[in-house]
Design a protein around this ligand. Structure first.
Ligand code: AOS
Ligand code: ZN
Ligand code: ZN
Length: 388
């Protein structure tokens, strides 16, 4: 077997977690645009995510965000998700939309505020116990805007201490994943700016702490696939927040701005043993759909990841190693590019049909009647937390 047939089986286990917030109204700091039919409740967000999974077979879990997805009974919410053919995934904490967090949360100079943020993380872990979720994701808005504003060294110590207290409650089958971002909402210094800082804290915490890599959180020109290779080598790559960007944290459809970068990242994921359910590396989307429709936007996103995964699996690694070790620069580059330029779309359409899935999931969504149904049923849809 060669070509697509040789890699087809490896596509079967692919799972890409959808963010509940992708289905709500969202926007920029300039304007939140509302769309008809958007979910009014966490249940309706889950139903939309389940529709994406039904049509693609690619997204068996949904990430929640607390408090945006707050409900009385999380066990019941997990049962609701199961009834719709999906499970609840990563629990995303929120320590950035409260006046108390103006100067930070886990890295704040005031113990009272740190304790409040730690208590929120503990609440998220209790929710994980109820939902059966594995991962607590921590992204911190902590940082400073002006030189001298804060003691950046002490803030690392406060952060380390706070994280320790959060980690102490992480169960044996649970994980803490710490996301980094080098800017925004603080612009002079953020307290977890880069993979190295996240890695240092995770190593200090222990074996159930991992780094979360959001593809939109790096300076332009950063070689993200190198970070992937390094974190996999160190055994500390926990998860991806996939999206794409032209400028900064644009949160656009993954693979839309730079499919070649996505291909290069996925090649290193596969090369480093980070692909597949056993690897412990979670693929998630962290996106908002401000001007395009949300459900087809999510369908397009998971298909983009699948497409670049297929192309990355197609790299002839044996020939590549030979060319690399012979010092044949151009041959090695050509082998790599040959896989990238392989159009796998019709093979993937056949592959989907052979598994009882629609060949074209976006067309199937358009023909499904689901859009009309939710527009008719959902009057007064909620906006996602972003832009709230
Ligand atoms: C913020 O920039 C981060 O990407 C977060 O991962 C995320 O968008 C937010 O915490 C929603 O969960
Ligand atoms: Zn993110
Ligand atoms: Zn982000």
């Amino acid at each position: 077997m060669t070509g697509f047939d040789a890699i087809a089986d490896q596509l079967a286990g692919q799972a890409i977690e959808l963010p509940s917030w992708a289905f709500g109204n969202s926007g920029t700091r300039f304007k939140v645009f509302s769309q008809p039919g958007v979910p009014r409740t966490p249940e309706e967000k889950i139903a939309d995510a389940a529709k994406v999974h039904e049509l693609t077979g690619l997204s068996p879990t949904v990430a929640l965000h607390i408090p945006w997805d707050k409900v009385e009974d999380y066990g019941k919410l997990a049962a609701f998700a199961a009834d719709h053919g999906v499970a609840l995934g990563t629990i995303n904490s929120n320590t950035f939309q409260d006046d108390d967090y103006k100067f930070g949360s886990l890295a704040h100079f005031d113990r009272r505020v740190r304790d409040k943020a730690i208590a929120h993380m503990h609440e998220c872990i209790e929710i994980m116990d109820a939902t059966g979720s594995r991962d607590l994701k921590i992204w911190l808005a902590d940082g400073t805007n002006y030189p001298g504003q804060g003691d950046i060294r002490s803030r690392q110590d406060w952060l380390a201490d706070s994280l320790q207290q959060v980690y102490a409650r992480i169960g044996d089958n649970q994980r803490l994943v710490l996301e980094y971002k080098f800017f925004e909402p603080s612009f002079y210094a953020t307290d977890v700016p880069d993979w190295g800082t996240s890695y240092a804290h995770c190593v200090a915490l222990g074996e159930r702490a991992f780094v979360c890599l959001d593809t939109g959180h790096h300076a332009p020109g950063t070689n993200i696939e190198f970070i992937v290779a390094q974190l996999l080598r160190l055994g500390k790559l926990g998860s991806f927040d996939f999206n794409s960007r032209f400028y900064a944290d644009d949160d656009l459809i993954v693979g839309a701005a730079d499919p070649f970068q996505l291909f290069r990242i996925l090649f290193e994921v596969i090369r480093g043993g980070g692909y597949g359910p056993e690897s412990g590396v979670a693929f998630m989307l962290d996106q908002c759909h401000n001007v395009e429709e949300k459900i087809p936007g999510q369908i397009r996103s998971v298909l983009n990841v699948q497409e670049m995964t297929a192309r990355a699996l197609l790299v002839d690694t044996e020939a590549l190693t030979q060319a690399q070790q012979a010092g044949d620069v151009l041959a090695a580059n050509q082998i790599f590019m040959d896989a990238f330029y392989t159009d796998v779309r019709s093979d993937l359409a056949d592959w989907r049909q052979s598994r009882g899935l629609p060949a074209d999931p976006v067309a199937a969504y358009n023909a499904s009647g689901y859009r009309d149904q939710i527009i008719a049923e959902r009057i007064g849809g909620d906006q996602a937390g972003w832009g709230a």
